[in-house]
Design a binder for this molecule. Structure first.
Ligand code: C5P
Length: 397
């Protein structure tokens, strides 16, 4: 039976952690819990132990507890460590290596993946220090679920509500599945969505890419156990569980984020990067002139991220690009593969409603020829591409 160690921090959302324990039991996952001193101000050790069916651990300096199960052993007793609610305090402690109590010591001593479900006031969540700590934790490989937008116990509105118990269960299941996945130990990098190239503070050049295909690929990679970074242009869809999300706006920012995410074993460049950008982005809104002279926007070329990666000193072992074409789809993709130095090109015909739609019909162009895949959902394309990636990386190992 799979088991988690649940660290319950001190926040009003702690009541939802009781519900989480029940849901986990329904899904066949056993919970052992650490309740922080602040957490015990919100829920009682008795209710936690009644629901987990286990003793609750709460004090680092309890001799009896240490004799029964030392804090180091406790940190390793489960398949995954989950922090819910993850307070600003617990995030800050872990990000900075502080270990003054049982919860933080456990987080530092664990050799297991850690999943955090943050919950705090929106201003706290958006404060510079919490942002910094979160970025550090993400860099260290800590997984996150939520927080969600919504009304908060304190009456304010915004991001900071802890994810709902069932969302946390889904994230836990995914993190547990990834541990034994075929891409465990593999680093993956995915780009998705459009880029927006500013004309002035209110206008940009963009395109209709929804990001769905790239997000589906990142999701499939994470599910297969790859440590996945998703560099995303501006899109409206929710990020998949268990990926490190880097949001960017312009092509140049996307390139910088991609280079910062290296090294990677496999990279899938699914973003619809703008080929050109206005040579200067005006600092203030360009006004209609009285004599109705139309402004001329001069374009300059953007960096080609895929081609840059192909030439990079840290080139991923398997580099995959996309080709969105309206004519001569396969012929153009074959040429593009050679021109850009990618290993594979996924070619799709975007003359229909592919951009923004749920389906995709693609061709995989590789060193060994062209495979025509049937019409599938974008999730299925993601899964099939990941199956091909697994075969390729395993074959090369
Ligand atoms: O040349 P084209 O834009 O059709 O090539 C598409 C492929 O190249 C995609 O994989 C896309 O992510 C990538 N690309 C890029 N940087 C650009 C333009 C496209 O990485 N500036």
């Amino acid at each position: 039976m799979r088991s988690i160690l649940l660290v319950i921090g001190g926040g009003i959302a702690a009541y939802k952690s009781l519900e989480l324990v029940r849901r986990l039991a329904e899904h066949g996952i056993r919970t052992r819990a650490v309740l922080t001193r602040a957490g015990a101000e919100f829920i009682t050790p008795l209710s936690v132990s009644a629901l987990t069916g286990e003793k609750v651990y709460s004090d680092l300096f309890s001799l009896t507890d240490e004799a029964e199960m030392g804090h180091i052993q406790l940190s390793r007793s489960a398949d995954l460590v989950v922090v819910a609610p993850a307070t600003a305090d617990l995030m800050g402690k872990m990000a900075n290596g502080l270990a003054g109590d049982l919860a933080s010591t456990t987080l530092l001593a664990t050799d297991k993946a850690v999943l955090m479900a943050p919950a705090m006031n929106v201003r706290m969540w958006e404060s510079a220090s919490v942002r910094r700590n979160r970025a550090q934790l993400e860099k260290d490989g800590v997984l996150f679920v939520g927080p969600n937008d919504g009304e908060m116990a304190c009456g304010e509105y915004g991001p900071g509500r802890m994810a709902e118990p069932l969302e946390i269960v889904a994230a836990i299941q995914q993190a547990l599945a990834a541990r034994g996945g075929p891409l465990h130990g593999v680093k993956a990098l995915v780009t998705a969505g459009p880029t927006h190239e500013p004309v002035d503070p209110v206008r940009f050049l963009g395109n209709h890419s929804s990001g769905r295909q790239g997000y589906a690929i990142a999701d499939a990679l994470a599910r297969a156990g790859a440590e996945t970074t998703l560099v995303s242009g501006p899109v409206e869809i929710a990020p998949p569980h268990g990926v490190k999300l880097q949001r960017v706006t312009t092509a140049r920012e996307m390139l910088a984020a991609v280079e910062a995410a290296l090294p990677a074993d496999v990279a899938v460049m699914a973003a619809a990067v703008a080929d050109w950008r206005p040579d200067i982005a005006a600092n203030s809104k360009i006004k209609k002139s009285v004599d109705r002279v139309v402004p001329l926007i001069k374009l300059v070329e953007n960096p080609d991220i895929l081609a840059t990666l192909a030439q990079h000193a840290q080139r991923p072992r398997l580099l995959i690009g996309f080709a969105a074409e309206t004519d001569d789809v396969v012929a153009n993709a074959v040429a593009k593969r050679a021109r850009k130095g990618a290993d594979w090109i996924i070619a799709n015909d975007v003359s229909g409603d592919v951009m923004g739609g749920d389906h995709n019909q693609v061709h995989l162009v590789s060193e060994s020829g062209v495979q025509d895949w049937p019409d599938m959902t974008k999730a299925q394309v993601g899964a099939r591409l990941v199956a091909a990636i697994i075969e390729k990386l395993k074959g090369a190992a």
